[in-house]
Ligand binder design. Structure first.
Ligand code: ADE
Length: 217
């Protein structure tokens, strides 16, 4: 079973996402194991401190290397073959083809969610890949980790119910080839479902869908 371990200061953020819908079902069906590791538990001293000011000056606080290091070591004990990913806007841009590759790989993943102004660079000695979800800055790595985990888990064979979904959304390197779809009613606010979709002519429907398929901007 593929393990996804998330190192975060905000494990509660993941409960809603992990405990519903596809991710919940994937765990119930023993396709994946999704767990969080509270970085605070590896904090320093009585106050379990995890952050400190940067050497050389500058605004804000950094995650200290020691709590991060210990949390990664703990996660590695649970899953020695796991790859370590750190969420950062300067990382490799996440895309569908990478999600596919990760879903097919035999090992699990450890996600490090950054917070504050960043982290002590020395944690990179334990990191296999820096990953970004796009060229914008979020307040922490939690939302990126959720996004990336969702995109991988749904591609694990047997996780999505109708495997036809995988056919409908053919992707290649981020270009969606999806076509417009409709369900009941046939007319809404004067807008009609395209006639061809009601025709029952599968050949014509396939042709129409191919023509309608478009690249994402
Ligand atoms: N942390 C903050 N912003 C991020 C981004 N765009 N991708 C990944 N991690 C982040």
């Amino acid at each position: 079973m593929k393990k996804f371990q998330v190192i975060t200061l905000f494990p509660e953020m993941f409960t809603g996402v992990f405990e519903h819908s596809m991710m919940w079902k994937a765990q119930k069906d023993s396709k994946v194991e999704l767990t969080t590791i509270n970085l605070r538990e590896f904090g320093m001293g009585k106050r379990r401190t995890v952050d400190d000011t940067p050497y050389g000056g500058g605004d804000g606080m950094l995650l200290m290397v020691e709590p991060l290091w210990k949390a990664v070591e703990y996660a590695k004990q649970q899953d020695p073959g796991a790859k370590v990913l750190i969420m950062t806007p300067r990382g490799m841009r996440w895309k569908q083809s990478i999600a596919q590759k990760y879903s097919e790989s035999p090992h699990g993943y450890i996600f490090i969610c950054g917070r504050y102004e960043g982290y002590d660079e020395r944690i990179m000695a334990l990191v296999d890949e820096e990953v970004s979800v796009g060229d914008y800055v979020l307040t922490g790595g939690e939302l990126p980790a959720m996004t990336i985990i969702d995109s991988i888990v749904r591609l694990i064979p047997g996780v999505l119910g109708g495997e036809t979904s995988a056919v409908i959304e053919s992707f290649s390197d981020g270009e969606t080839l999806e076509f417009p779809q409709y369900t009941r009613p046939v007319e809404w606010q004067g807008m009609q479902v395209p006639e061809v979709l009601l025709s029952g002519n599968h050949g014509e429907i396939a042709k129409w869908r191919a023509k309608q398929s478009r690249k994402a901007e």
